[in-house]
Structures are given as C-alpha cells and as structure tokens.
Design a protein around this ligand. Structure first.
Ligand code: AMP
Ligand code: ZN
Ligand code: FE
Ligand code: FE
Length: 290
C-alpha cells in the first residue's frame, strides 16, 4: 500500500536543498496527501509551500517546525504540528534561535580550521542562502572542498554531537520546547527517537514532560525498530507519527518523501490533539486577561 502521509520534511528555509515550491511538486509526484513541512527553527518556507500547493488541491500541508533541544550528553529534536506560525511572538523567538545558529556556525568553521579543515564561512553562508544555517551546510562546504564524499561523512568525526568541531549553542531543554510548542498551539512530538543514546528512558521521561506523539514510522529506521517504537508509543499513549526527514542533501540512499509514513488516521489524531491544545491555551489566555 502506498504511503500517503509524510510528517517530516525540510526545505531551503533551513537545511533542505529543495525550495518549498520544488518540494511541494515532489510531494505531489510521490502521491502524498497529508504532509508537514518541519524546518529547523523556522516557518519561513510555509508561505511559498502553501502557494505552490494550490495546484494540488487534494494534498494538505500542515504547518510544522523542528526545534533542537539538549539533554546531558545528547540532543533531542522536537517536532510541533499545527503550529500557529503567524504569531508575532513566536516569530521573534525563532529569529533569536536563528541568530544563535549563525554564531555557532561561524564557531564550528573556526574550530574546523584549527583541525586543518579549511572551509570559508562566506561559502557556508552562500550555501545556506536565506535558510537557517545548520551543520549540513558546513558539511556541504566540506564536500565541495573534497574533505569528504557525502555530507553525512562529516558528522562522525567532526560535526556530530561528539565530533571534534562540534560547538554547542544555547538550546532549550525538551520540556521547555514542549511548553513553547503548546503555547503556540502545536502538538509536540519527539523526533527520530532511535537516535537517542538512552532511548527507552528518555521516551518515558518526555512522555511525562508532555509530548503527545512519537516518531515511529521514520524512513531510516529498520522494520524491527519501527515495531519497537510502535510498542513504546502505545505503552505511553503517544500518537505514532513519522516521515522521511527528507533534506535532499545527496547522501547515498537518502529516503525520498513518502518512503515511510504513518497511517492517515495519525493526522486525525494530531488534529484532535491540536484542537484540545488550542482550547486549553485559549482558556489560559482568557483567565490571565481577567
Ligand atoms: P543543526 O540544525 O545544525 O543542529 O543540524 C542538524 C541536522 O544535521 C540534522 O537535521 C541532520 O540533517 C544533520 N545531522 C545531525 N547529526 C547527523 C549525523 N550524525 N549524521 C548525518 N547527519 C546528521
Ligand atoms: Zn536538518
Ligand atoms: Fe532532526
Ligand atoms: Fe529533521
């Protein structure tokens, strides 16, 4: 049966390589019906995506985001669905996050230079264009200079969480991200849980912290892992989500949009959760205004 839902996608608004309009055309070609554009720390790709999607009336784009958070020794990515992306306060916070990314990108490039890896910060910024700067842009600059064959090769030794050139930026904790997403009407979902160092205990803690969903159908996870995550989601009462995490970076074997995704029912469950969150946030706003 073909996959109709992909809830994890990146564009040139962050570290994806297709513009929002190009991505939308690819999503339609892949036969997807419910998709979420979830760029890192930005919703700047959404407007163009919505406009491009007018050509494909039977495909719906869910406004989403992927936030980076930190726990001791590990990074945790938090997706948020049905985000109230037009909120000015939200946009101010996201602009701050992106400023932090610029600073940290420059520091990573400096650290690489001390390790004998010379990429120009100007080139990294050119590759990123208008997009929120991320490590994949630095990895692409390293590929151009012949330091590695594919962007992903730059991570184990240099750019990964425990790599030699890794630089931290100030990040929220996962509970802070959950709180922020809920404040702006979004349903918080833990991204790619099998990348976590301590997967089961972290899922249990984050379930306590208020995540509503868990990425289960993640294209790069094995069928066994997907099955294990489906069990964990059901154990903790979390909505099983998922998608391709498509970036189009040119890594060998990178899954295309629609490579794997949750059932259509997941979208209904997320929508119901978003309605509940909106009602609760609205209630709070009314109480504090009184
Ligand atoms: P950043 O937003 O700068 O923290 O970069 C996060 C992005 O880097 C992720 O969305 C992935 O595309 C990529 N990434 C992070 N860790 C790895 C890794 N170990 N291997 C390949 N890509 C990675
Ligand atoms: Zn990314
Ligand atoms: Fe991620
Ligand atoms: Fe992602």
């Amino acid at each position: 049966m073909s996959v109709l839902v992909d809830l994890h996608l990146h564009t040139t608004a962050s570290d994806g390589r297709l513009s929002p309009a190009e991505l939308v055309r690819l999503l339609a070609k892949q036969g997807l019906k419910q998709v979420a554009i979830s760029d890192h720390d930005t919703t700047e790709g959404l407007e163009e995506a919505f406009a491009a999607a007018k050509e494909f009336p039977d495909m719906r784009i869910i406004p989403a985001i992927e936030l980076s958070t930190d726990i001791p020794g590990d990074e945790v990515h938090m997706l948020g669905y049905f985000l109230r992306h037009e909120d000015e306060e939200l946009q101010t916070i996201l602009r701050q996050f992106r400023a932090g990314r610029l600073e940290r990108g420059r520091m990573i490039v400096e650290k690489l230079a001390t390790l004998g890896i010379h990429v120009e910060w100007e080139r990294v910024q050119e590759i990123a264009g208008e997009g929120a700067v991320g490590r994949p842009h630095i990895a692409l600059a390293m590929v151009e200079k012949g330091y590695c064959k594919e962007p992903k090769d730059a991570f184990p030794e240099y750019l990964g969480r425990n790599g030699l050139a890794y630089v931290e930026r100030s990040k929220m904790t996962p509970p802070e991200a959950v709180e922020m997403l809920i404040r702006f009407g979004a349903v918080p979902v833990l991204a790619h849980p099998a990348y976590l160092v301590n997967m089961e205990s972290t899922i249990a803690e984050l379930a306590e912290a208020g995540i509503v969903g868990l990425e289960v159908y993640y294209a790069q996870f094995s069928p066994e892992t997907v099955e294990q995550l489906a069990r964990l989601a059901s154990q903790h009462g979390l909505i099983p989500c998922g998608g391709s995490d498509y970036h189009g970076l040119g890594n060998e074997g990178e899954p295309l949009p629609g490579a794997l995704g949750p059932p259509l029912e997941t979208v209904d469950l997320l929508e119901q959760a978003a309605e509940k969150i909106a009602a609760a946030v609205g209630r709070q706003a009314r109480v504090s205004a009184e």
